[in-house]
Design a binder for this molecule. Structure first.
Ligand SMILES: Cc1cc2nc3c(=O)[nH]c(=O)nc-3n(C[C@H](O)[C@H](O)[C@H](O)COP(=O)(O)OP(=O)(O)OC[C@H]3O[C@@H](n4cnc5c(N)ncnc54)[C@H](O)[C@@H]3O)c2cc1C
Length: 401
């Protein structure tokens, strides 16, 4: 496969990398310590135009495709994991409503209506710098794709009335809109009746609740949301009725968009190790690179990093509507590998660099804690990836024992 990047892709990656290197990296320790939201980073992303990364070019955005989004997100993750993770939530709201929706079957009338509605969301980002969150999780089997969402939306004249509770809503309190997955309230509703509605932060009945003091990814501020009879207009639909369910089947790579954050963290753990062992990390005077045991350990890290990178690049280049089975399975294998190897590389980095490397004055222990969170992200947790791979490698569609 040809992974050659276009000049435009390189330009966008370099833009994200320079913001990360020059601004986000130095702020990451404070946001992590305070478990506070990186507002300054978002001001920088907004000023650089990157909040519009996944808004189609014809709508005034940067028009990034899936691969470009993933590479930009990984560049951010290399410098601040929490910023990259929340950037994912915002960017995916734009990508799903934009590029993904364009690939999915709709009637002409549905497409025309969607074009009008999504423009409302795109304009908020382009004109007001709005941020969109993506709260799906409810602590039930819904975010795992195994049951309908418990948050219910009832059709009312001109819009929807929403009631429910979401857990782990990254960007809680920071986003102006929350792209909520909910179930249309009607008899015998199923996962096909999933709706994707943008709830404004200031809507009556909408509330951010609960504490936020987790192990890692502390700057995501993923608190809980409560919605009590929140009214939203029809134009709140980020996807037309029924289309989310189709997207989940036809565009499976839409669920691997958190992986770039962790690819970035894996790169960061390796970058740190090299600088630390070479005695080049600021404040670290001692060189440790001359010991064969350290060299062997770095070699082991390098091999794991190259394996992870290879699968990452291959899988993001595969992404498209209706991928063939090998491409779908490779996406799951890539997600599993990136999430598990990010944490493994951080473990190896601490073991290799030694005791002083995990002091709070250095970023490695934060990378280690942040990396632990990757495999927990539904619907593609490490367990669910293995679950599906185990079944689908051994069974073809329709086969049973
Ligand atoms: C830092 C961080 C940020 C997050 N941000 C967001 C966000 O912005 N938006 C969002 O929607 N979520 C977010 N999440 C939540 C995440 O995606 C998961 O939903 C969450 O970690 C699940 O926690 P749990 O304890 O309910 O997990 P689990 O108990 O593992 O899963 C919840 C349920 O899923 C089902 N399930 C799990 N595994 C299986 C299986 N193998 N087979 C069948 N069913 C299974 C079960 O019903 C289970 O009770 C975030 C999580 C973290 C850690």
């Amino acid at each position: 496969m040809d992974f050659a990047l276009s000049p435009r892709q390189r330009e966008l990656i370099e833009l994200a990398d320079s913001l990360g290197r020059e601004k986000f990296a130095a702020r990451a320790e404070r946001y992590d310590r305070e478990a506070s939201f990186p507002h300054e980073n978002y001001a920088d992303l907004r000023a650089a135009g990157l909040l519009a990364l996944c808004i189609p070019a014809e709508e005034g955005g940067l028009g990034a495709d899936f691969q470009t989004y993933c590479l930009v997100a990984a560049a951010i993750g290399r410098h601040c994991g929490a910023t990259a993770l929340t950037f994912n939530m915002h960017s995916c709201a734009m990508m799903w409503s934009g590029m993904l929706a364009d690939d999915l079957p709709m009637t002409e009338a549905e497409r025309a209506q969607h074009a009008m509605r999504r423009r409302v969301h795109f304009r908020r980002v382009l004109d007001q710098g709005a941020i969109y969150a993506q709260p799906f999780s409810e602590g039930s089997a819904a975010a795992a794709g195994k049951a309908p969402f418990g948050t219910l939306a009832t059709k009312v004249a001109g819009g929807w009335r929403i009631t429910g509770r979401k857990i782990f809503a990254s960007l809680a309190g920071a986003a102006q809109y929350y792209g909520v997955l909910c179930t249309e309230d009607k008899p015998e509703a199923s996962q096909r009746d999933t709706l994707y509605l943008a709830v404004p932060a200031d809507a009556p009945g909408f509330e951010v609740v609960g504490e936020w003091d987790p192990l890692g990814m502390r700057g995501t501020v993923s608190r809980d949301l409560v919605m009590r009879e929140v009214l939203v207009p029809d134009e709140a639909e980020l996807l037309p009725r029924g289309v989310y369910h189709k997207a989940a089947g036809a565009w499976p790579h839409m669920f691997m968009t958190l992986a770039p954050t962790y690819m970035g963290i894996a790169e960061a753990a390796y970058d740190f190790t090299l600088k630390y062992l070479r005695g080049e990390w600021p404040g670290v005077k001692v060189k440790r690179r001359m010991y064969p045991t350290k060299q062997l350990a770095v070699a082991e890290m390098y091999v794991a990093l190259e394996q992870t990178r290879a699968l990452f690049h291959r899988a993001i280049a595969d992404a498209r509507v209706d991928p063939a089975k090998p491409e779908r399975l490779r996406a799951l294998a890539a997600q599993y590998t990136i999430m598990e190897n990010a944490n493994r590389l951080c473990q190896l980095a601490i073991r290799t660099c030694g005791g002083q490397s995990m002091l709070k004055s250095l970023p490695l222990e934060r990378l280690y804690r942040d990396s632990r969170c990757g495999a927990l992200m539904l619907p593609w947790t490490a367990e669910l990836c293995l679950d599906r791979l185990g079944r689908e490698t051994l069974y073809e569609a329709g086969e049973k024992d």
